[in-house]
Write a protein that binds this ligand. Structure first.
Ligand code: HXC
Length: 515
């Protein structure tokens, strides 16, 4: 009979070497930089004891040494659970060659992506990497190419989440850019295509990693990062929270919560939030929090393009996506950044069966040379395209201003909005009263004995006769004028009806969204 002991001996020896990966120095090197190790991160991210590692013994290409740190080729890959649902995960290990991407490292990540795509589970990448492994040359570039291809194949099929917890330099930035959401940790995470040294060399400009591509920059200026947190633990817990709103793939629907006590606080004074003077700002988040289930609003890209608010929430325990104009920033106008931000969010919701609620208070597109020259025409069209194409249930509530092109964009009924409701405070017109009176009554005002008094009375008349919800209601452009206090109930009923919304499959290959 064959003696299997020799095989088991080899297995046990391997196990011994495997544990040598994680000596004290392994932890100390990362901790000294204010970072956690790859394995500690996985531990926080996943449900307790759920992680199963794969390819732990993979060695770098052509590796001939005997360093246990090389096991796994600088990336820990595997699967586990978040809130009892399966996920695939990879975590780059900066301790081995700066988390750089060699051939085997890349193949391991691709295997995780393949598994996620074939089984329909989200893929989460924990990035801490110096980019393409310089020693492996073209092979490491090809490794990135394979990862990018998988990112694109998975886009719209499974949620893909990137968590930047250290450097993401060179090739390391483009996989995150192809995924659905990017998380970053303040101070220790940074992302750039070319780092400060190259910037100095090419442009003779002095900068730092933080100033060039830190979490604050990417969450406010570039919009690359969707979520930022002060430390790694909160960043990883943020990923867990985000996943609680998402289905595992594009065939499933988002998970339905079973929370009790979901009634939002302050519903009774919701109508008091909008000021009497329609030129005064207010915080639309106060309205959101009075409409959706208590404490359920989870804002995305909070610090970027703040004239629009996007985020996930629950309404009667069902997940919805929210797009709301924010009057307290730039009067809620649509500019390039806010159009891009909202368009991408709408497309994400559409891909994953998340119904969309639009809360509208928008005076128009932001005027100006800067915006026009930077192509507000094309960028604004992205939002139009995204809303028009989205086949998930879509409801708009016009809270106050809905003027001109911006009215059309924000999921108006001829653009495919399933229901358009308006509050009595809604002002729906081609333009605001001041602008309209200036154009329509210029001669009359100039000829008047008291031009200012006439102008004011004409503005009032326009508000009463034109800029209100009732004309749109009479013509069927608005389905119902509703009271603020009844909005939550109206929305629950309307979204319930729309659950059966039928999606027509198109025979075309794809549309040509203005990019
Ligand atoms: C191989 C690398 C590496 C890389 C870092 N290391 N980056 N090894 N290939 N790309 C190694 C270092 O040699 C070092 O090894 C260890 O990782 C830690 O690096 P340090 O520099 O000591 O760490 P730190 O000071 O924290 O700086 C981190 C860093 C820096 C900012 C990421 O290492 C860096 O600038 N690396 C290069 C970044 C870069 O230009 N990447 C682009 C590659 S080109 P030892 O043995 O000393 O510990 C690319 C193109 C793809 O990615 C494009 C596709 C679209």
């Amino acid at each position: 009979m064959k003696d299997n002991r020799i095989h088991y001996k080899r297995f046990n020896e391997r196990d011994q070497r495997f544990n040598e990966r994680f000596d004290d120095a392994y932890f100390e090197r990362q901790h000294a930089k204010g970072k956690l190790t790859a394995i500690e991160r996985i531990d926080i991210l996943l449900d307790e004891d759920s992680f199963v590692e794969i390819d732990a013994f993979a060695l770098p290409l052509d590796y001939k040494g005997d360093n246990p740190k090389a096991l796994g080729d600088g990336v820990i890959c595997g699967y586990g659970k978040i809130n009892q649902r399966d996920v695939l995960v990879y975590a780059q290990d900066f301790n081995y060659q700066g988390g750089s991407l060699g051939t085997i490292h890349a193949e391991k990540i691709q295997k995780v992506q393949d598994l996620g795509l074939r089984m329909g589970h989200p893929v989460i990448g924990l990035i801490d990497s110096g980019g393409a492994r310089i020693q492996e040359g073209i092979a490491s570039l090809a490794g990135y190419a394979g990862i990018f291809m998988n990112n694109v194949k998975s886009s719209g099929v499974i949620p893909q989440i990137s968590v930047i917890l250290g450097p993401a330099a060179g090739g390391a930035v483009y996989s995150p850019a192809l995924t659905d959401f990017i998380f970053m940790t303040r101070k220790t995470a940074y992302m750039f295509v070319t780092g400060p040294n190259v910037v100095k060399e090419v442009l003779n400009e002095d900068t730092t990693s933080e100033k060039l591509g830190g979490a604050d920059v990417h969450s406010t200026k570039s919009g690359v990062a969707d979520f930022i947190y002060d430390d790694e633990e909160h960043t990883l817990l943020g990923v867990r929270k985000l996943l609680s709103y998402l289905p595992s793939n594009n065939v499933e629907h988002p998970p339905v919560a079973k929370n009790a006590n979901i009634l939002p606080d302050g519903m009774e004074n919701i109508s008091k939030i909008i000021p009497d003077d329609s030129n005064k700002p207010y915080d639309v988040i106060e309205i959101i929090n009075r409409l959706v289930d208590k404490g359920s609003f989870f804002e995305t890209a909070e610090g970027y393009a703040q004239s629009i608010v996007t985020g996930l929430a629950r309404l009667n325990n069902q997940v919805i996506g929210i797009v709301a104009n924010q009057p307290k920033h730039l009067a809620g106008t649509l500019d390039i950044d806010s159009s891009r931000k909202a368009a991408r969010f709408v497309r994400f919701c559409d891909a994953f069966h998340i119904p969309i609620l639009v809360l509208e208070d928008v005076p128009g597109f932001l005027p100006g040379i800067e915006q026009e020259h930077a192509a507000i025409i094309k960028h604004g069209a992205k939002l139009l395209f995204a809303f028009a194409e989205a086949s998930v249930p879509k409801i708009t509530v016009i809270l106050r201003k809905a003027y001109g092109g911006a009215y059309i964009v924000m999921n108006s009924n001829k653009m495919g909005g399933d229901f358009n409701f308006a509050w009595p405070t809604a002002e729906i017109a081609v333009m605001g009263p001041e602008g309209a009176v200036k154009i329509l009554n210029r001669r009359e005002i100039e000829a008047s004995d008291d031009p200012e008094a006439l102008r004011r009375s004409l503005i009032l008349k326009y508000k009463e006769e034109v800029a209100n919800p009732y004309i749109a209601d009479q013509k069927g452009y608005i389905d119902e004028v509703i009271l603020p206090e009844s909005t939550r109930e109206k929305l629950i009923k309307a979204f319930s009806l729309l659950e059966n919304k039928f999606e027509e499959k198109s025979s075309k290959k794809h549309g040509n969204i203005p990019l």
